[in-house]
Design a protein around this ligand. Structure first.
Ligand code: GDP
Ligand code: ZN
Length: 469
């Protein structure tokens, strides 16, 4: 993926398929010759020109708007030309072919852009830092308004600014320490004189606040994977339909009909939740069905949360006890007793008492609730429990989107600051070790904005973009 940084590139920037408008984008260090060859005239910078896009024989391929952004004031930081034509696949392809042809004619090595290559250039030319570049992809991929809002906040730099501010404070403290290192007799006074420990503590407090927000931002970005598991006919498909609000799975009264997995993404308070419906778990001779059951176990292994659906009329069913025993101990399980509408008053009371006792089972906490998929009761409780298990704090703000990578760096920085704190409070305080931990903490923070980034990391981040971005 890592490709030469200043080879001219071109791509259709709008989504494939038909649309009112489609955009072809070209980026290169210098496009003035290209533009003259393409239009047989100059284009004024940042000016909307309405004109024909001619083919090699001078016939119009399309008519549209041409916009020319001169380096460095463009998305990529290079010269950028945007051609807005009609949004049909054939016409856009012809416009792009014409661009490649013009590139050949004038001897520049214009080629198709790789996914994310425009944004990668923006990063390499310091138009965006790495966290902002990631936010571009996250904004495009956002599946809820809350996620889009938070991605936009990251893109405009609110996350990067907080990280940079903390990094600056760490550097400042480190400079003070290093200035003292040459005068060993002053080491002890240094810590007191500059209130170094207090400042370090205050940096740590702010970092921990950032970590809490990053966790929220990560949940909002990544969401969670929930698997619906249980015996045939307990109402898994009905529950998925009720949660999704439309018919995605086939509901039938014949046991064992959901043989393949059906998955659906829903949102709870903007958090994306991927729910997988599975084939019912039971002893079976049917080979087709047993394949479905094997897949169910595979889904269970991958899930962040398992919803173990059971019939409220038989809460201590032997097969359910067996299923519980086989669930992976590391994954949280929510026991959901369905069909509560079929319980008589006494049974309902008994079940309500049973679900209230959250019990230690199988090595992890088993949460239990009562619902009716058919009458859509108990679903709000179910939604809240799912968010709770995800670690979502409904009252905390989630000001920006975060990735696993960011959280990892924040946590490592925090560990180094903790080590620094320990060196500072030790009897024979070792200032050079203190300074070294500050340096390591600073490096971790800088990884987030990409001041230190390997080609591998960049390749991984930008290759997940769509083409044309
Ligand atoms: P699955 O095999 O676990 O996916 O179960 P289905 O969703 O296909 O449901 C099996 C049967 O149970 C269907 O006839 C549903 O209408 C019925 N059912 C599902 N949930 C409820 C419920 O909460 N109450 C009642 N009374 N019936 C339900
Ligand atoms: Zn089903």
């Amino acid at each position: 993926m890592m490709t030469s940084n200043n080879v001219p590139i071109v791509a259709i920037a709008t989504a494939p398929g038909r649309g009112g408008i489609g955009v072809v984008r070209v980026s290169a260090p210098d496009l003035s010759v290209f533009i003259r060859q393409f239009f047989n005239r100059e284009l004024q910078v940042r000016h909307a020109h309405y004109l024909p896009f001619p083919d090699s024989g001078g016939q119009a391929i399309d008519e549209g708007i041409a916009l020319f952004f001169k380096a460095p004031h463009s998305y990529t930081g290079e010269d950028v030309l945007e051609l807005q034509g009609h949004g049909g696949p054939a016409v856009l392809k012809r416009i792009m072919q014409r661009c490649l042809e013009v590139g050949r004619d004038i001897g520049i090595n214009l080629r198709h852009a790789e996914p994310g290559e425009f944004t990668q250039r923006a990063f390499l030319n310091n138009r965006l830092d790495l966290a902002q570049a990631e936010a571009v992809a996250d904004l495009i991929d956002a599946s809820s308004e809350a996620a889009a809002r938070s991605a936009m906040a990251s893109l405009s730099g609110s996350f990067s600014n907080l990280v940079n501010a903390l990094a600056d404070r760490v550097v400042h403290l480190r400079m003070l320490v290093e200035a003292t290192l040459d005068f060993p007799e002053e080491e002890i006074e240094f810590l007191e004189k500059y209130q170094a420990r207090e400042e370090l503590q205050s940096i740590q407090d702010d970092l921990q606040h950032l970590i809490r927000q990053a966790k929220q931002g990560m949940i909002l970005r990544e969401g969670m994977h929930v698997v619906l598991a249980g015996q045939p006919n307990v109402g898994k498909s009905s529950l998925l339909n009720a949660l999704a609000g439309d018919e995605v799975a086939i509901v039938t009264p014949i046991a064992g009909t959901t043989r393949d997995k059906v998955s659906q993404q829903i949102h709870i308070q903007g958090v994306p939740i991927h729910i997988v419906d599975t084939a019912g778990l039971r002893e079976t001779e049917d080979t087709v069905e047993s394949i479905g059951i094997a897949r169910t176990w595979a889904e269970i292994e991958k899930a962040n949360v398992i919803v173990h659906l059971q019939d409220a009329r038989s809460p201590n069913d032997e097969l359910d006890i067996e299923i519980t025993r086989r669930l992976p101990a590391r994954t949280p399980v929510l026991k959901v007793f369905n069909k509560m509408d079929l319980l008589d008053e006494a049974a309902l009371k008994r079940m309500q008492e049973q679900v209230e006792q959250t019990s230690e089972e199988n090595g992890h906490e088993a949460l239990a609730i009562l619902v009716s998929a058919k009458q859509e009761t108990g679903l709000d409780t179910l939604r809240h429990k799912l968010l709770e298990i995800a670690g979502w704090n409904p009252s905390a703000e989630s000001p920006w989107l975060a990735r696993e990578r960011h959280l990892h760096a924040l946590n490592s920085a925090n560990e180094h600051l903790q080590m620094a704190q320990e060196h500072a409070s030790h009897d024979d305080r070792v200032l050079d070790l203190f300074a070294e931990e500050l340096r390591l903490a600073h490096d971790e923070l800088c990884k987030i904005t990409g001041q230190f980034s390997s080609d591998d990391l960049l390749g991984e981040i930008f290759s997940s973009f769509c083409i044309g971005k």
